[in-house]
Every structure is written in structure tokens, then in C-alpha cells.
Design a protein around this ligand. Structure first.
Ligand SMILES: [Zn+2]
Length: 416
């Protein structure tokens, strides 16, 4: 065991498998999360102050659910916040002043009184996706240049349980040379990241980029010029597959990428590490889970709500004005107060509250499906998960062929 291992109390235990799918527990210090699981994307700091739960429009309303605020009926929603992902880049999405930015990173999120009801696993990504595609970030009257040192400093000060190195995601139209150049810069960051975070007591995830086997293999080959494969293996606690955001609605490309990713991880000796896929659409969850992905993050619950979309199921959305709240027994739809907000915008204090209630309902639908999927895998045979996919993804015409492909590839095919 290396010195870095002994400092961190990170453990990933797989308790059951079904084909390529696996279920288990990721423990980081005192925090535990069951896998496979979904980390909803949430901005903790949205321009406001403590009195407004640090603001952020619809994000504020979701945070009020998270902390059981009186304003949203004081229900207990903590089980749906067993993991949350927030981005370093979200800190400056709201044109904050330097003073406010400094305040936001002054204390760990979970140690602030206002957020103390939140005890889930906090994943803070590096923000590379956003910053580096925009040539730096703009505050209202200051500039923070995000390099590896700054990104880690922010992750640490905000009290992350899971962090990733600062990376340079590839774009679909990058040339081979551009991809190698990005891998080289990510390699430099990884070397610095491991040095800076050697006493970090949470989990460190290595970002992996590529759409297929040869791209991911080339990426790892390039970064091992900066850090040996042995060091990567002993220092990192998980893998975060990135660069798939531009392909998040291309089911076929996602499936190819994850199948190839599992092969690359196996060939490089990383297959025991938990595999996270960054920034996907939640409808892809059942199939990617069947392929062996352990966690996801998604803002679909929020983005759908912002467009007035109410989940009838993981696969089906209706406009909230057409929703039948009687059909849902979730705590949002069961609350007279919140149903009133969703039914008629005149009832809600603000539009963000109406849509925030819808977002919370959407998140509950997703989290309940995740729990069902874990139950299927816990049975240690493929049939329950195949049945689940048949009754959900395969019922949806555009995704049926992908469901069949995944069942044949990862779950041993259909029995007669
Ligand atoms: Zn509901």
C-alpha cells in the first residue's frame, strides 16, 4: 500500500453483479453511497447570500428541498440527495463580485449551517469543460484564471468528497494532433494534481477522454509519459469518463464509448475502480448501467423542468400543465402546497418555485428508477435487469434497438 492509499479512507465494494452490471457501495471517510447511482447537478452558490440559500433561481428551490426548508413544506428529501455534483465553474456563472466569490470558497459546503442537513457524497468536478472552452472565465469585475492549482484549491476548500483533475475535454471535430496535445496538457495537470492533493482525504478520480478504444488508449499512453501506469493505479480511486457531453443524445455513440472504455480499463488494470460517466442525459442510465457504469451525473431533471417538462417516467415527459399529479405518489405530488404550485403558476411565489417543485419531482422519479435497477442487479442474475430494460427502455421505439444491443452484449442475450 502506498502512502497516498493509507491517508485516504476510500473503498469501493461490489456486492453483486448481473452480466456486466454491478452494484456496491462507495465509501469515502464517513460518507457512503450505493452504486449504481445518479448525482444530480446542483449549483450551491448562485449569486445570492446565506439568507437566500446562496440563490441561483431554480437551484435555490432545489436546495431548499435538500435542506427541508419551511418555504417548500419542510418535507424530508434527504434520501434523494445521497450524492450531488457541483462544478467549480458554476461559481462564476452568476457574475459575482470577487468578495462574494471569496466568501463562497471560504468554508466547506457541508460545514455551513444552512447546508448542514445535506450529508451526501459531494462530487466537485474541475470545471475544465467550461473554463477551457471559453478561454478563461469572466467575473463581473475580476478574473480567476483556472489552472490546476486553483481548481484543486477550490475543490478542497468547498469540502469535496470526490474530485477530478483539471482536464482538456476533446471535441468531436478535433484533429488527432489536437487530441494528443490536449492529452499532453491533461498529463501535465495530472502530475501536478497528484502532487498537490497527496494529503487529500477524499476520492480522486482520473478523467479519461475518447469516443472509442484507440482514442482512450492513446490518451492513457500520452498521460503515462507524465505519470506511470502504476502511479495512476495506486493514486486514483475512480475513473471519470468525460467528453461525452456533445454526444449525450447519440445513444449509439454512448454505448460504443462505454463498451470500449470498459475494455480499455480492463487492459490497463483499472477495472476494479468505480467508473463515473460525466454529464449524460438521464434516459441513458438503464443501458449504461447494464454496460457496467457505476455512477453518473446529470442536469436533465433541472433542464427538463426549466422547459416545463414533468417526468411521467424515466423515458416519458409531459408538459407540467398536462400532468396528472394523482398518478404520482412522490412527496412533491403528495403535498397540497407543492401540487398547488405546479397546477397553477398563480399559486407559486415565483416561477422558479413552480419549476423547482417539478425539478424535485423529476429527480425523485430518476432516483427511484436507480433504486429499482440496483435491486435488479442485487439478485445476481441477469433476468431481472433484462426484464427491467424490456419494460422501460425497450418500450420506447427510438431506443428499442439499443436496448436489444445492450442485452445481447452485456447481459447474455434473451432466453427463450
Ligand atoms: Zn411526483
Amino acid at each position: 500500500m502506498s502512502q497516498t492509499d493509507s491517508l485516504s479512507a476510500v473503498d469501493f465494494e461490489v456486492s453483486a453483479t448481473a452480466g456486466d452490471a454491478r452494484t456496491g457501495t462507495l465509501s469515502i471517510g464517513e460518507t457512503e453511497i450505493r452504486t449504481p447511482n445518479l448525482f444530480p447537478v446542483l449549483n450551491f452558490y448562485g449569486g445570492g447570500t446565506k439568507n437566500s440559500v446562496y440563490g441561483g433561481g431554480i437551484h435555490r428551490t432545489v436546495k431548499e428541498f435538500m435542506i427541508s426548508a419551511d418555504r417548500v413544506g419542510a418535507g424530508d428529501y434527504s434520501e434523494f440527495f445521497d450524492g450531488v455534483l457541483t462544478s467549480v465553474s458554476s461559481l462564476t456563472d452568476y457574475n459575482v463580485t470577487r468578495e462574494r466569490y471569496e466568501d463562497y470558497i471560504a468554508a466547506p459546503i457541508k460545514e455551513r449551517d444552512v447546508f448542514s442537513p445535506f450529508s451526501g457524497t459531494l462530487f466537485i468536478d474541475s470545471g475544465g469543460f467550461k473554463f477551457l472552452n471559453n478561454d478563461g472565465i469572466d467575473g463581473s469585475n475580476f478574473q480567476v484564471n483556472i489552472d490546476q492549482k486553483t481548481a484543486y484549491e477550490i475543490q478542497r476548500r468547498m469540502g469535496a468528497d470526490i474530485i477530478v483533475n483539471l482536464d482538456r475535454p476533446i471535441a468531436p471535430d478535433d484533429s488527432h494532433e489536437q487530441r494528443i496535445e490536449k492529452a499532453r496538457k491533461t498529463g501535465e495537470n495530472i502530475e501536478e494534481f497528484l502532487r498537490l492533493s497527496s494529503d487529500f482525504d477524499g476520492a480522486r478520480f482520473l478523467t479519461l477522454h475518447g469516443y472509442n478504444y484507440s482514442m482512450m488508449d492513446a490518451f492513457l499512453t500520452e498521460i503515462t509519459k507524465y505519470c506511470s501506469a502504476e502511479t495512476l493505479c495506486s493514486s486514483f480511486d475512480g475513473i471519470a469518463l468525460g467528453s461525452l457531453v456533445p454526444k449525450k443524445d447519440d445513444r449509439s455513440a454512448l454505448i460504443d464509448a462505454v463498451i470500449d472504455c470498459r475494455r480499455v480499463l480492463s487492459d490497463w488494470g483499472f477495472d476494479d475502480l468505480p467508473l463515473h460517466v460525466l454529464g449524460i442525459s438521464s434516459r441513458a442510465i438503464p443501458l449504461l448501467t447494464a454496460l457496467g457504469v457505476d455512477s453518473f451525473d446529470s442536469s436533465t431533471y433541472l433542464q427538463t423542468a426549466i422547459n416545463g417538462g414533468y417526468f411521467v417516467s424515466l423515458m416519458e415527459t409531459v408538459n407540467v400543465s398536462e400532468a396528472d399529479f394523482e398518478q404520482c405518489n412522490c412527496p412533491v405530488c403528495s403535498s397540497d402546497l407543492l401540487r398547488g404550485w405546479m397546477e397553477d403558476k398563480e399559486n407559486a411565489p415565483y416561477q422558479k418555485d413552480r419549476l423547482g417543485a417539478v425539478a424535485m419531482h423529476n429527480l425523485i422519479v430518476q432516483k427511484r428508477e436507480m433504486a429499482k435497477i440496483r435491486d435488479c442487479i442485487s439478485r445476481s442474475e441477469t433476468e431481472p435487469l433484462i426484464q427491467y430494460i424490456e419494460s422501460t427502455v425497450a418500450q420506447d421505439k427510438p431506443t428499442r434497438e439499443f436496448a436489444h444491443r445492450v442485452v445481447n452484449h452485456s447481459l447474455g442475450g434473451y432466453s427463450l
